[in-house]
Design a protein around this ligand. Sequence first.
Ligand code: 4AD
Ligand code: MG
Length: 481
Amino acid sequence: MDVKRTRIADLLKRTDYGQEVLVKGWVRTKRGSKTVSFIALNDGSTIRNVQIVADLDKFSDELMKQITTGACLSVKGTMVESIGSGQAVEVQATDIEVLGLCGDDYPMQKKGQSFEYMRQHAHMRLRTNTFGAVMRIRHNMAMAIHTYFHEHGFYYFHTPLITASDCEGAGNMFQVTTKNLYDLKKDDQGKIIYDDDFFGQQTSLTVSGQLEGELGATALGAIYTFGPTFRAENSNTPRHLAEFWMIEPEVAFLDQEELMDLEEDFIKYCVRWALDNCKDDLDFLNQMIDKTLLERLESVLKENFVRLTYTEGINILQEAIRNGHKFEFPCNWGDDLASEHERYLVEEYFRKPVIMTDYPTAIKSFYMKQNEATAGGGSIGYKGVEAPASTMQGTDVLFPQIGEIIGGSVREADYDRLMAEINRRQMDMTHLWWYLDTRRWGSCPHAGFGLGFERLILFITGMQNIRDVIPFPRTPRSAEF
Ligand code: 4AD
Ligand code: MG
């Protein structure tokens, strides 16, 4: 009877030496002597390779020449206890078939290529140890997230990718159209008429599923989304993608304190999951990418996140400036914090994750609940308004190495207050009539947040650039593969 293929991850756990096995995978390295070749084979199921031992008197020179780095092999042989390979098991080959040759122009042949080089060969970089480890961890984090929410009574809720509304109101959206861009119908004022477009109105790719998520939460109690989101911001940084995945839980009857508890508990669950389920890959990354990675992951589990208001944060930053610390960007009350400010607080001042709350209303989105004492007050940032500034119940999580990993808030549930803020911002709500209806019929207090999936993966893997934790990154001027 033919033996079935064994995944290398499974093979390396076995101890029933003497059995015949079949393994398939790609050659990582080949070395040896005049009489024997040692081939390190990897099939992607684990960072570990299995050592194939090929006695040269059993295999032709011609075949052995075809076994080069990157070639794909099918190997039948006997599973034996290993002494020298660093694993408990190796395979004494009886049959080797080359499934795919690999010439010396293979771009991943040399070790130690730069990450920039690998990005240019993103179609092949997945076969390297580093990217294999990152992708397996990425998968594990997706499983952790679904498991966490399922166990905590949240429903996985699918929000549309194509939308007529701009959740964050920042205007950074990719338009979706089937119109002939060379022959646009325009009105007297020169504005494009969309009534003959596919959806009969202007549509874009979503920047966030939150607004529809709120419809789910105010019906099902607790939901979460997990899907791609798109931002046409021209941000060429190691923390921004034009297409990234976001996880957005939204919960009815949750207040600001409970929201922070959820954020902290959820992130810690993900970190714990990685430590419990991705040991080999994390050990590899700790050794090759960042020697403080495991220590940092463990320390996040031990610490209580600092809970700090924006105003307290600004005071700390200004104190630092008075003591001689230099920042590139200003940080006066009312300014949006830059990542250098966030990282100063997290990495230098507190040395642990920070949940920052109660930001000025003007620098955040329209749907956030304003604090009682300040609600309806003026806001620095709105032209012509000079009343005392308003703050809102936001709860962003700031992480070491990353900066903002979560953006969240309590939502404004009161129709009149929400409308007042919308009017102050002079927002066009034509396409958001349905959102306002949640505040008209059975409105309820609710809150939620968005976690950037790739920023979580950055933290868990210790990788430095967000382009290296998603298989095929989309960034300004780059949509290859
Ligand atoms: O802070 P943001 O813009 O919040 C929202 O979109 C809310 N609607 C979420 C909610 O409350 N349901 O984005 C949330 C998170 C950020 O904290 C960051 O981790 C990530 O999404 N993020 C990005 N990740 C990669 N590339 C980008 N361009 C990102 N923009 C935001
Ligand atoms: Mg944000």
